[in-house]
Design a protein around this ligand. Structure first.
Ligand SMILES: [Fe+2]
Length: 242
């Protein structure tokens, strides 16, 4: 069994890193309230995330932990499934201890501090969302012996936590951190380009995805509750495949 990573000391991302953070956040702050589901903006305010400085993860944790029990943990890069889902089950979210190159603001080959901290942590200030993510982590941990079953949770994570859209009275809004943390992906996801499919657990658990391009298929939730309530259905379908 893999052990959980011990938090690292936060790196100094330098002048280029700070410039990168500033450009993304100040640019996105102009559009995000009309693009991303309101919970995201609320979370940014509650965590005190601002464009003018890269937050100190310990400082963020002092705010986040009393709200939902979650903490960000600095890591080198993408964690493999056995560690990643174990972290989620323990209310720990990995935060890449590096930042993307400022030449390519909209893209990062690996999840960096912009994607992980700015994209994911605001959502985790919400109690129901936070509980949902922990439960998803626990469920995935129960199938570590079966890569085919684990893959179903990975697909579900991808098309919901990372790339879901949600229907609201004001129009479709972004609900996935993978979209929310990329200005380019935000514009694309809300354009007419991607194919929008109704949220469906059975379709999602069988739907393959590519990580190296804009997402051609996106699933549209009727509400965040639809997502939270769907987890039991997913768990029983996965268990039935055993
Ligand atoms: Fe992510």
């Amino acid at each position: 069994m893999h052990s959980l990573p011990i938090g690292q000391t936060q790196k100094n991302f330098g002048t280029d890193g700070l410039e990168c953070w500033k450009s993304i956040l100040s640019e996105h702050s102009k559009t995000r309230s009309n693009q991303v589901y309101e919970l995201f903006d609320q979370g940014i305010t509650r965590l005190g995330i601002e464009p003018n400085q890269i937050p100190d993860v310990n400082e963020i944790n002092r705010r986040l932990e009393p709200m939902t029990g979650w903490r960000g943990i600095l890591v080198n890069g993408l964690e493999e499934g056995s560690v990643f889902y174990k972290m989620l089950a323990n209310r720990l979210f990995p935060i890449g201890n590096f930042i993307r190159d400022k030449k390519d603001l909209s893209y990062t080959p690996e999840p960096d501090i912009v994607h992980d901290l700015y994209g994911h942590l605001p959502f985790l200030t919400d109690k129901k969302y936070a509980d949902f993510c922990q439960k998803l982590g626990e469920a995935a941990c129960r199938v570590m012996d079966r890569p085919d079953l684990l893959r179903q949770y990975e697909r579900f994570f991808w098309f919901t936590v990372e790339f879901a859209l949600v229907n609201t009275p004001k129009g479709n809004r972004i609900f996935g951190a993978g979209i929310a943390s990329s200005i380019g992906e935000c514009t694309y996801a809300l354009s007419k380009e991607p194919e929008l499919l109704p949220f469906d657990v059975d379709t999602i658990r069988k739907q393959e995805f590519r990580i190296d391009q804009m997402q051609a298929k996106l699933f549209l939730l009727e509400s965040p509750e639809q997502l939270y309530e769907s987890l039991n259905e997913l768990i029983s379908k996965v268990e039935n495949d055993r």
